[in-house]
Design a protein around this ligand. Structure first.
Ligand code: UN1
Length: 505
């Protein structure tokens, strides 16, 4: 039997991939986690055909029974939690505690949506006319394509896949190549939970082939909804493609998430929040902290405490108790190095920048820095609103700091990047908290807490460059994976004409 990870169409592994690509452990690049067989666009189309074919039968299963399948997924995820989390840590370098949290996020998502199988409520609505009743129903959209990133290789896909299946849709999933081994383990859990063949298909492919396959599938009317998590740049191309086929995708894109620290904030708490938001997951969450916007009066105190916390933070081997491990893969490391080039002469860099090497060491590093893609955590003080560092996502362990005078100025600075995913304010004044929430154009606001760490039953999503306003998680995602159908039922025994037979006064 081949150990290459292959795409799955209608329950069958697709043999003879175009080529294979290795997935390696970013904390120890000599550790080969698996070989992935990459497919061409025709496999994406075949998967979409299989999804289309299986959809009517799956939707015919009563929703509470689909909920039972989701309950099975949750149970198997629980039984496999430590194994799956260890694989997440090995393949993408996320510290084990966070990887366990990631699997827990899938379990929470299953817990929430298995119950939705017994709701999926529609409405009864009064008619303008006598002896007539109006109803609304949620109907599945059909076949859903999910294209996801590898920084949350299983939790974020579950936000799409679990509700999409529960609502009676079928799925074609294109996971990231650099997290394909853990994606395959995730798929197997669904396959063993009673999800029938063809209902959940997986395509391993590179970016251009995925685009080509998606375009053909859309052209052929095989895909009814696209869910995408990734960069704003790719998201905008997906949006264009879907728009040409009159579709509205669900887009969850980048962020440049601000944290405002007011003059009355509990600074120790704020430092703890900034440390986790900025450097947890090596800054590789779409919800990671981009810029701290700190009130002038507490700026120097904050920066001093923050720099001390960052220099004391443990980094290194993600199987150990560390705040953060390596970057996801070489491509992300190269992208992050490019953004380190945005640091200019007018900035004050606190700590060290760049890759951790024997010549550029980090005190207290846990493990062998030479084995993997480890980067120093860096604070850049004095970022200005027009700096690239202020405006663009870095997706790595660097946090900018700037100052403000009054709260409206802080809010304007927080909105300046044009992203609008997450945000945070540290304040002891409730009025400031509400003023901030009202003014900041972000899908998510935290008060006295991290910019990251959304819960599975709240709406997740962003504005501006962070997405197209779609929201995932909780009941709100049902509007992505169902379409409303109205039904009017006339039992008067005669033809009643709307508008024309209505008595107006
Ligand atoms: C992402 O980085 O794509 O709220 C999602 C959080 C996580 C999800 C992040 N639960 O930070």
């Amino acid at each position: 039997m081949s150990s290459v990870i292959l795409s799955v169409v209608a329950g069958e592994r697709v043999q003879n991939p175009l080529r294979t690509t290795p997935s390696t452990n970013p904390a120890n690049t000599a550790d080969l986690v698996g070989e992935i067989g990459l497919a061409g666009p025709e496999v994406f189309v075949a998967a979409a055909e299989a999804a289309r074919e299986a959809q009517t039968g799956w939707a015919a299963l009563p929703a509470p029974q689909r909920g039972q399948v989701i309950a099975n997924v949750g149970r198997l995820m629980t039984a496999n939690k430590s194994r799956l989390a260890a694989l997440v840590t090995r393949e993408i370098g996320k510290p084990l505690a966070e990887a366990l949290g990631e699997v827990q996020e899938i379990i929470d998502t299953c817990d929430f949506f298995l119950g939705e199988g017994r709701r999926l409520y529609g409405q009864t609505v009064p008619s303008e006319m006598p002896d007539k009743q109006l109803f609304t129903f949620r109907r599945p959209v059909g076949a859903v394509a999910v294209i996801s990133a590898g920084n949350f290789p299983v939790a974020v896909p579950s936000w799409y896949i679990v509700p999409a299946l529960l609502c009676g849709n079928t799925v074609v999933w294109k996971p990231a190549e650099y997290s394909a081994v853990v994606s395959d383990a995730f798929y197997e859990i669904f396959a063993h939970s009673g999800v029938p063949a063809g209902v959940f298909n997986v395509v391993h492919a590179d970016g251009p082939d995925t685009f080509a396959g998606l375009e053909q599938a859309l052209l052929g009317g095989l895909i009814d909804k696209v869910g995408f998590t990734g960069s704003s740049e790719v998201g905008s191309r997906i949006g264009e493609l879907c728009g040409r086929h009159l579709q509205t995708p669900c887009l969850e894109l980048g962020g440049k998430n601000p944290m405002v620290i007011t003059e009355n904030a509990d600074l120790d708490l704020a430092v703890e929040g900034a440390l986790f938001s900025g450097f947890g997951t090596a800054g590789q969450r779409c919800t990671s902290l981009g810029t701290v916007i700190v009130q002038e009066a507490v700026h120097s105190d904050f920066v001093e405490l923050f720099a001390a916390a960052v220099s004391a933070a443990k980094m290194g081997d993600p199987t150990q108790d560390v705040l953060f491990g390596p970057l996801l893969d070489e491509k992300f490391a190269a992208g992050f190095e490019k953004s380190l080039g945005w640091i200019g002469d007018h900035h004050r860099v606190l700590g060290t920048t760049g890759r951790v090497t024997p010549d550029n060491p980090r005190d207290g590093f846990v493990g062998d820095p030479a084995a993997g893609l480890f980067y120093h955590p860096t604070i850049v003080d004095g970022v200005l609103p027009d700096d690239e560092l202020f405006l663009n996502e870095t997706f790595g362990p660097v946090v900018g700091v700037t100052t403000y005078g009054d709260l409206p100025e802080a809010i304007a600075l927080g909105n300046k990047s044009g992203y609008g995913l997450s945000s945070s304010i540290y304040t002891t004044d409730p009025q400031q908290a509400f003023q901030f929430a009202q003014g900041i154009s972000a899908g998510m606001v935290s008060v006295n807490n991290s910019t990251s760490g959304a819960e599975a039953h709240l709406p997740f999503g962003g504005n501006g460059k962070s997405g197209n306003g779609s929201r995932q998680s909780g009941i709100w995602v049902l509007d992505q994976f169902t379409r409303w159908q109205s039904l009017n039922w006339d039992y008067s025994g005669k033809l009643q004409k709307a508008q024309m037979d209505t008595v107006t006064v």
